[in-house]
Design a protein around this ligand. Structure first.
Ligand SMILES: Cc1ncc(COP(=O)(O)O)c(C=O)c1O
Length: 389
């Protein structure tokens, strides 16, 4: 398979070799994999996808893996895009789809990023991998590490939902629980990288989790019959999925699948941890650390993101916005989404549904618009951690 032609620093544009393990660029910014899209433009058409395997590997031409034998597959991707007419009328828009990422292995969209990053780490010869996590990424890493036969070290905050902790342990990973937030966990991983030679899989600090996440953008196009919605609402922590889809849309334009039009991208965060919302509203191009982060949506308890400038750029270039939702409202909308669609969502999914309602009420989303809500995980993992009303 062709793979990437090089890696590119997202801040400086400087190019780096793609066929060895890489972390951040020398400028301390995320690296993106680039492909020879001009060379595959004639042959990689949407029609060729028909009949391919229903998982994220169907987009092999725009994925970084070269050797198919290194693919670590547990059935990740090609999750259902569920038409939700009753949720649409509750929100007050003409059409809503729920992209149900809870149906991925280990119950969240983290399977895409970690499936890709661990496959690629295996291909490039990593012997042990490590990551700080809010929980779901740790579970996904544990699963793909187990499937690949690569030892995984996970560091999570000690208030991570108990089912996720149990899952990580059952999947054979080395787990450390610490009194702190995900950025504190990151410091412990950094130490392991320096002292024990682990390869770090932290969000956007290696180039391939975003390549797995970008497949959500290709899937939306395919599942909507060759078009994109007006608005995409995405629960944003580190932002990999949001910037990944944005990258996918850029590639799809270069491939001639779409024109220059884009959905409006909306970042949804928790009121108790909203660094991107604050930065977006203040007009900043990067975000300051959020002190005292608190929310039961553990995936949104991310006080700082290395890809902050990429998230903010995608929101602004798309004409989108950023909005924060209090925990009790997420919880309420988990129930609305559940009763209207049959999908028991994560609080992060409840947050985007609540955000769609608020943005419709304020007029930021029009009544005739078509909206995709990302339910990034299943609800079961969070049972017992809900806010008490
Ligand atoms: C269920 C869920 N939704 C959303 C997020 C945020 O994802 P990202 O880091 O891609 O913004 C996470 C991250 O842990 C998560 O677990």
């Amino acid at each position: 398979m062709p793979g990437a032609i090089h890696l590119e620093c997202t801040a400086t544009g400087e190019r780096f070799e793609s066929e060895r393990l890489q972390g951040l660029s020398p400028a301390g910014k995320p690296l993106y994999a680039r492909y020879d899209l001009a060379a595959i433009r004639e042959t990689f058409r949407p029609e060729v996808l028909r009949g391919r395997r229903p998982d994220m590997w169907r987009y092999a031409e725009v994925l970084p893996l070269r050797d198919p034998a290194c693919r670590v597959c547990l059935g990740e991707g090609f999750t259902p895009l569920i038409d939700a007419p009753r949720l649409a009328s509750r929100i007050g828009v003409s059409r809503v789809w729920v992209k149900d990422e809870g149906q991925n292995p280990t119950g969240s969209f983290k399977a895409r990023g970690l499936g890709m990053a661990i496959s690629r780490a295996k291909e490039l010869g990593a012997t042990a991998v490590a990551l700080p996590s809010a929980g779901n990424a740790g579970a996904a890493a544990a699963a793909y590490g187990a499937a690949a036969g690569i030892p995984v070290h996970v560091v999570v905050p000690n208030d991570t939902p108990r089912p996720i902790v149990e899952e990580i342990r059952a999947l054979g990973a080395d787990l450390q629980l610490i009194d702190g937030l995900i950025n504190d966990c990151g410091r412990i991983v950094k130490q392991g990288v320096e002292e024990k030679g682990w390869f770090a899989l932290s969000t956007l600090k290696e180039p391939y989790r975003v390549e797995g996440k970008k497949t959500m953008g290709y899937e939306l196009f395919e599942q909507l019959g060759g078009r994109l919605p007006d608005v995409i609402l995405y629960p944003t922590g580190g932002g990999t999925g949001l910037v990944g889809m944005w990258k996918a849309f850029g590639e799809m334009e270069e491939l001639g699948w779409i024109g220059s039009e884009r959905p409006r991208m909306v970042t949804v965060q928790a009121a108790g941890c909203a660094p991107m919302v604050r930065a977006f509203e203040s007009g900043a191009t990067s975000a300051e650390l959020w002190e005292g982060a608190e929310t039961y949506a553990s995936g949104l308890r991310v006080p700082a993101a290395v890809g902050d400038f990429l998230i903010l750029r995608a929101l602004r270039e798309s004409g989108g916005t950023a909005i924060a939702i209090p925990d009790h409202e997420m919880h309420e909308w988990v129930y609305h989404m559940g009763a209207d669609t049959g999908v028991f969502g994560a609080p992060e999914g409840g947050a985007v549904a609540a955000a769609a309602w608020r943005l419709r009420a304020s007029g930021a989303i029009g009544a005739h618009e078509e909206v995709v809500l990302f339910n990034t995980g299943g609800g079961l993992n969070y049972v017992g951690n809900e806010p008490i009303d």
